[in-house]
Each structure stands twice: as structure tokens, then as C-alpha cells.
Design a protein around this ligand. Sequence first.
Ligand code: HEC
Length: 239
Amino acid sequence: MNNLKSILLVGIGLAAGFVSCDSGSMRRTPGHIYAPDMTYSRAYDAYTSNPNFEDGQTSRLPVEGAVARGHQLPDHLMEGDTNAYKTFTTALRFNEEEVKEGGRLFNIYCGICHGAAMDGNGPLYNDGNGKFAAKPANFKDGKYVHMQSGQMYAAIKFGKNMMGSYAGQLDIKQRWMVVAYIKKMQSQNGGDPFAFGAAGTVADTAHAKGKVMADASTATVPAESKDSKKKATHKREEY
Ligand code: HEC
């Protein structure tokens, strides 16, 4: 029994030795390689030069017009399309949680100027004593309480006078979530609710026809979901 054990141990030891010697020497002198294209990749590594492209770079930009997974299709809204802003809206639907997320984003990116209370008096302005000289829009003010969602969206995308663009910080869905949050707060203050476009249609048509599909003041659950249990439990599938 003992003999058998020691024979086994020696055997295992020798095998391990061979394996380690073998792999060690393989790295230095490969000798014969079966299927070399498996040992040495034929693909160009990222950041290496590449003779197949004019600019000699292997890393390429995505094809023009490509949309990243999980992101919205581009909105095609142009700066200066001031009439289009007004009727511009979205086919997205938000549940309460997403409007809350809009509020979180508002407090990070907008509240510093526009104020967490939407009064246009965030810490950066501070009644004119803050570091930012321009008076931010007061979302409680009549002019802004009734401002169309699309115009707000445009302000986020392109900026407005002294306010810079937030397109780099907020993707399309996040911009609308922020607008939905502002509109919800405003609707509790006599303002208009967030106007959604019809799901699955070109974004701006429904609002242009004056159809208000859902009322942000009523918990911003999409109007359609209320009468369809299936939709209500699978809200995220709508995107
Ligand atoms: C650095 C300060 C600052 C920040 C941060 C800021 N804004 Fe503004 N915002 C302003 C100022 C100033 C104006 C007034 C511009 C004007 O009318 O001249 C303004 C105007 C607006 C308007 C009115 C646009 C219009 O057409 O009159 C909206 C809507 C708006 N901001 C939304 C936002 C949102 C949403 C965010 C966050 C993503 C944000 N702002 C972040 C300073 C800021």
C-alpha cells in the first residue's frame, strides 16, 4: 500500500515537472505549432497600427448613425428650430421611479442654479450674490410654468444664453426625465402637466395635434398602463 502511494506520488511529481518544463520552453522556442493562427491572433489589436485603413489606426469610430444599445434614437432637433421646440415631445413613458430619478438628476445638474425649490435661486445665483451672475429661469414664474416640455428639452440640449448645454451630461431619456420632473413640480403649482407623445409615433406629431396623453400630476404613470395590467407590470418593455 505504502509502495503504491509513493509510486503514485513520484509519478505525479514527474508529470508536473514535465508539464512545467514543457510550458516554460514553449514560451521561448515554440518549435512546431499546430494551427498557428490559434496561437498567434490574426486580428489587429486595438491601438496598434493597421495598414488597411488610410489613417493607419485599428480602433475605429462607430458607423455614423449607430445608436448605442439601450439608448434612444436621435431626436433631430436643431438649434434655432424655435417653432419646432414648442411642439416637440417624446414617445417615452415614465413611471414614478423614473420621474424621481429625473428629480435626482435635476438636483445634481440644474438645482445649483434653478434651485431645488425651482425658484430660480439656487446657491450659484443666491439672489445675485452667488458666483453665477445671470439670473436663472424661475420655474415658478408664469412664463415658465406654462413653458412647453419641448422648449425645456431644447434648453437642456442646446443651452440658453448664459446657460450651457447639458447634452453631454444627460442622454435623451435622462433629459426627458428631468423635464417630466420639472413639469410634475410645476403642475402642483398651477402649471401644465408633462405632455407625452403617442407611443411609437414620430415624437412631435401627437403634441402638435394637441393630444395630451398622460398627466404628470397623477403620479405620471402612463395613461394606457392604467387600464392594462400587463403593461403596468412590464413598464420597462415599452422602450
Ligand atoms: C449655471 C447655471 C445654470 C444651470 C446649472 C442650469 N441652468 Fe437653466 N438657465 C440658466 C439661466 C441663466 C437661464 C436664463 C437664460 C435666459 O433666458 O437668458 C436658464 C434658463 C433655463 C430654461 C428656460 C429656457 C428658455 O427657453 O427660456 C430652462 C427650461 C432651463 N434653464 C432648464 C435647465 C435644466 C433642466 C437644467 C439642468 C439640466 C439647467 N437649466 C441648468 C442657468 C442655469
